[in-house]
Write a protein that binds this ligand. Structure first.
Ligand code: ADP
Ligand code: ADP
Ligand code: ZN
Length: 221
């Protein structure tokens, strides 16, 4: 099944995608993780995108579209995938549509004050990509990854002034995708202001409602 996770920064897309990827045995493709890896490796691409990311701006459409097309062409995507963080603009969504068929788009939403708290408390493992939260999901050992013991970091763009910019850009550039996918008839809303287990159960319910393909809901009514 080809799944897209849509929603503002901090709503929990990466957390749910990582868990669901194990449950459904399909890859979790995070555009942000791919870009951060390029930055960490010091590649030409990494140097190019760093400024955009640290300021909370989107990287140019043509750059990210190219990267995602390459990733989706890999063999492990044949049985399905979860896209997290892509598409983020209408142009990206249009390109994606030309490239693959998406079965379902899960649109996560939560109150803005909760999102800001989740972002300000987020810590990430630069090595294995595990995501923690100092308020909601603290690591067992002070600032060390439970899984690989690496030192956890706060993302440069999770600092307060950048967070505000990212939310603004989400409203302007990404929120129009809700209507885009609703018109396509493949959007399902999930309320993310609940504990992680509840959110995961709700996603699974929505996905199961779609096992017969993207028109299943239309056929039922
Ligand atoms: P996104 O990928 O949408 O930006 P993340 O998955 O990184 O969001 O989650 C943002 C932060 O909120 C992380 O620190 C994560 O641990 C925490 N988080 C995510 N979902 C929940 C939840 N349902 N309850 C409590 N904390 C959550
Ligand atoms: P979050 O889920 O917290 O918003 P991500 O890890 O998805 O963060 O993205 C981090 C940054 O990477 C974005 O602010 C942006 O600079 C860049 N980025 C990721 N995905 C895209 C995309 N699809 N289009 C443009 N920029 C992107
Ligand atoms: Zn780790």
């Amino acid at each position: 099944m080809n799944i897209v996770f849509l929603g503002p920064p901090g709503v929990g897309k990466g957390t749910y995608a990582a868990m669901l990827s194990v449950k459904l045995n399909i890859p979790h493709i995070s555009s942000g993780d791919i870009l951060r890896d390029e930055i960490n490796k010091g590649t030409e691409l990494g140097n190019k995108v760093r400024q955009y990311m640290n300021k909370g701006h989107l990287v140019p459409d043509e750059v990210i579209i190219e990267i995602l097309k390459k990733r989706l062409d890999k063999n492990d995507c044949k049985k399905g995938f979860i896209l997290d963080g892509f598409p983020r603009t209408v142009r990206q969504a249009e390109e994606l549509k030309r490239f693959v068929d998406i079965d379902i788009v899960i649109n996560f939403f939560a109150p803005e004050d909760l999102i800001i708290k989740r972002l300000s408390g987020r810590l990430i493992c630069p090595k294995c990509k595990a995501v923690y939260n100092i308020y909601f999901r603290p690591p067992k050992n002070n600032r060390k990854c439970d899984i690989c013991k690496s030192k956890l970091l706060q993302r440069e763009d999770d600092k307060e002034n950048v967070v505000r910019k990212r939310l603004e850009i989400y409203e302007r550039e990404t929120k129009p995708l809700i209507d885009f996918y609703r018109r396509n008839g493949i959007l399902s809303d999930v309320y993310a202001d609940q504990d992680i287990e509840h959110v995961i159960n709700e996603i699974v319910r929505k996905i199961k409602g779609d096992v017969h393909g993207k028109n299943s809901r239309i056929n039922k009514t």
